[in-house]
Design a protein around this ligand. Structure first.
Ligand code: URA
Length: 211
């Protein structure tokens, strides 16, 4: 179990690609997993500031994201935007990516083979971004990046030390509920998500002060 073991979470983060542009070019043309031929319109690579202090990692594009080529632009995306704005930030100053970059058909969960095949792209994004704080949105991103089987309801709102950037410097990872789950579950889930965002905001403020 490597959940609380930053050593393991930091093992190899030298990106396979020489530059972000190389990474993005390859990802945008990717046909390595079944999602490439499962009806995707386009690869949804990610959006936001390349020098973001705060990065979000969701699960995978839905129908609207597949159409527009931008993560979190549907209903769940609108809630994500509100949560970001609720901590005094804007979508433009953060970076938003997903575990899988192509829409699973019918909004089904991504399969393990799809997650594993897409994983190098996310790992390279995080390696290049080197954000101070990473928020994982829901189970898929949290389990992947913390290398754990523990569910989101037990992990949300806590700070975990990781080092997913290429420098190997410590970062804070804060899991929170997926915005789509918040939409499904209503009031109490929204309160939990808001409180998780405050945890991330405080972690970020602390790290920026320490610089
Ligand atoms: N849900 C996700 O996990 N990612 C998106 O981009 C949109 C909805």
């Amino acid at each position: 179990m490597s959940l609380l073991d930053p050593e393991e979470l930091t093992s190899s983060h030298a990106p396979t690609w020489a530059s972000w542009d190389d990474l993005e070019r390859e990802a945008l043309g990717c046909t390595k997993c079944p999602l490439a031929s499962a009806g995707r319109t386009q690869v949804v690579f990610g959006v936001g500031a390349r020098d973001a202090d705060l990065v979000f990692v969701g699960e995978g594009p839905g129908a609207e994201e597949d159409k527009q080529g931008i993560p979190f632009v549907g209903r769940a995306g609108k809630l994500l935007t509100q949560l970001i704005e609720g901590i005094g930030m804007t979508r433009d100053e953060v970076y938003i990516a997903n575990v899988v970059k192509c829409r699973p058909p019918g909004n089904r969960d991504p399969e393990p083979i799809e997650i594993e095949t897409c994983r190098p792209y996310l790992e390279a994004q995080l390696a290049f971004l080197e954000a101070n704080v990473i928020m994982t949105l829901g189970n898929f991103a949290t389990k992947l990046l913390l290398d754990t089987k523990i569910g989101i309801t037990k992990l949300r709102g806590q700070e975990f030390e990781v080092a997913l950037g290429k420098s190997g410097e410590k970062q804070v990872l804060v899991p929170t509920l997926h915005p789509a789950a918040v939409l499904r579950n209503g009031g109490p889930a929204l309160a939990q998500a808001r409180s998780d965002f405050v945890v991330a905001k405080r972690a970020l403020a602390r790290r920026l002060e320490a610089r």
